[in-house]
Design a protein around this ligand. Structure first.
Ligand code: HEC
Length: 124
């Protein structure tokens, strides 16, 4: 039975510190400022928040989507500013019924921005 003395603590630190350093460096390479991470999250956000109504391909061909009057996003001519507004504030029909929920409380501005890119990218 040996009780770890100060000398043993020092050697432990010597092996631990470089490892910690390596993780920090690796983290910096894998996640540089959230760049690639944000680029990948656009389609994921669409699948998570939008595909239920708009369909994975944006064409809204499900019976539920047709009943709601969801437009085919691949045919849309909506401007970027209008797309952003639509996602931020949602959409109500003429009688004031909410048909598309607003996402301003659920998504951040950069997330909405990446969704605008995804929505525009659905057009061919
Ligand atoms: C609860 C169903 C529902 C969800 C969820 C939903 N939408 Fe919609 N969306 C609609 C409906 C209904 C319309 C049709 C309104 C209209 O006439 O423009 C619409 C219209 C739009 C339009 C305008 C299309 C055009 O040509 O005018 C855009 C852009 C849009 N949605 C994007 C999104 C995005 C991005 C998401 C996810 C963040 C989303 N929607 C989530 C129901 C939904």
């Amino acid at each position: 039975m040996t009780v770890p003395g100060p000398a043993q603590d020092k050697t432990a630190m010597k092996t631990r510190l470089p490892r910690l350093f390596a993780w920090v460096v690796l983290g910096g390479i894998v996640l540089p400022g959230g760049g690639p991470v944000r680029a990948a999250s656009g389609p994921e956000l669409f699948a998570k928040h939008c595909a239920s109504c708009h369909g994975k391909d944006g064409k809204a061909q499900s019976p539920a989507a047709r009943k709601l009057g969801v437009k085919d996003l691949t045919q849309s001519k909506t401007s970027e500013a209008e797309i952003e507004k639509q996602i931020t504030e949602g959409w109500k029909d003429d009688r004031g019924n909410l048909k598309m929920p607003p996402f301003k409380d659920k998504l951040s501005a950069p997330e909405i921005g990446s969704l605008v890119v995804v929505v525009k990218g659905l057009r061919k």
